[in-house]
Design a protein around this ligand. Structure first.
Ligand code: HEC
Ligand code: HEC
Length: 315
């Protein structure tokens, strides 16, 4: 499905219909304030996903209900889980010596790792340890988190036993909601993208200027608030992720961008994000920003030691 960038066609789904009703109600209320000064809050059911077995049968055996953060209070280690949640949201401010980029973990793990196609953490606690093709060996959850510290955050690894690392793992464990090891939540970490498309960075630059620069800056530098904290993270330059990051790869970045960006400026998706760009648009804009100057990655020569290097790898 190739939707044109400048003429996005509407995807009919119920949440879009609900949103437009709300918008309509707000519009009517602003005309006649006295009649509706206390609009009813929109009722939201907790989001649910199927729980399936991890074996080939992929059998549907239950339901995962996305927990509300207030439920953390019921946990015996509530303080640790809340600390982990905070660290993932405010990584740069709370762990500056481990973070080189102007980036928080949740700059890429959208909605605190709670939504499909936005690099969720929902299955991460159960998914590791596993053999990663990039490292060619088994990596556990701590190792995976440190992979993002060294690449996506262009920073330094965090001690396995530190209170910070343990807190981040505790948040991910809580998000897994006691899903047994042989089961997983039926969601995808990333959306599909047509990897046979040839990227056109010149077209990508035009798309960047129209769809991305308002938030990420004319020079990809991002925008900070008055306290100096990141609001819109940088897409390239010294303060962005390094070439060792998954996001530095054209098709991986395109899959992220297609389903998550631009953010919150339209009526699609739970967060008003994604599904504006066609696959070609996403591949073009991703090629453009991933190939702008960014920090090198020191350990790059050790990656993909057993071959199978993806075609969009940067080295
Ligand atoms: C620049 C974007 C970016 C940032 C910042 C980032 N990550 Fe990631 N992270 C990714 C991407 C993309 C993947 C998936 C990579 C892949 O598919 O190989 C990933 C994967 C992961 C996974 C594995 C998910 C799974 O279930 O397989 C974990 C856990 C994780 N990141 C944690 C973190 C933590 C903790 C931080 C902060 C220290 C962080 N990430 C910062 C982009 C990022
Ligand atoms: C309305 C503002 C807005 C627009 C427009 C926007 N983004 Fe983002 N983008 C964000 C925010 C905010 C985040 C961080 C996620 C968060 O904080 O929830 C982000 C994160 C990202 C990230 C991961 C973090 C990083 O810095 O690498 C990438 C990649 C990205 N955006 C690419 C794009 C591209 C490409 C476009 C244009 C197609 C775009 N964005 C348009 C607001 C925006």
């Amino acid at each position: 499905m190739n939707k044109s960038l400048f003429n996005p066609s509407d995807v009919a789904n119920t949440s879009v219909v609900k949103v437009s009703k709300t918008v309509l109600a707000v519009a009517i209320c602003s005309l006649a304030i006295s009649a509706c000064d206390s609009p009813k809050p929109v009722e939201r059911n907790a989001t649910q996903f199927d729980l399936v077995t991890t074996d080939d049968a992929n059998e549907d055996i239950g339901t995962y209900i996305l927990p509300q953060d207030t439920a953390i209070l019921k946990e015996p280690n509530a303080e640790q889980i809340f600390y982990g949640k905070r660290l993932l949201n405010e990584t740069k401010r709370l762990m500056p010596e481990h973070v080189g980029a102007q980036m928080n973990c949740n700059s890429c793990h959208i909605a605190q790792g709670k939504i499909p196609l936005g690099d969720p953490y929902i299955n991460s606690y159960n998914f590791y340890p596993r053999v990663m093709p990039r490292s060619g060996k088994e990596v556990d959850l701590v190792g995976r988190i440190n992979g993002c510290f060294m690449r996506s955050m262009n920073g330094k690894p965090v001690d396995r036993d530190s209170k910070e690392m343990q807190a981040m793992v505790a948040y991910m464990k809580w998000l897994a909601q006691n899903t047994p090891k042989n089961q997983k939540v039926a969601i995808s970490n990333a959306g599909e993208i047509d990897t046979s498309l040839t990227p056109d960075p010149v077209r990508g630059e035009k798309i960047y200027q129209v769809q991305c620069a308002t938030c990420h800056g004319d020079n990809g530098e991002g925008i900070k608030d008055s306290r100096g904290d990141i609001v819109f993270p940088p897409l390239w330059g010294d303060e962005s992720f390094n070439i060792g990051a998954g996001m530095a790869r054209t098709y991986k970045a395109a899959a992220f961008v297609k389903y998550n960006m631009p953010m919150a400026i339209q009526t699609k998706g739970l967060w008003g994000h994604g599904n504006v760009l066609s696959d070609q648009d996403a591949v073009d804009v991703a090629e453009f920003f991933t190939h702008k100057p960014r920090p090198d990655f020191a350990g790059k020569e050790n990656d993909w030691p057993t071959g199978n290097k993806p075609k969009d790898a940067r080295y």
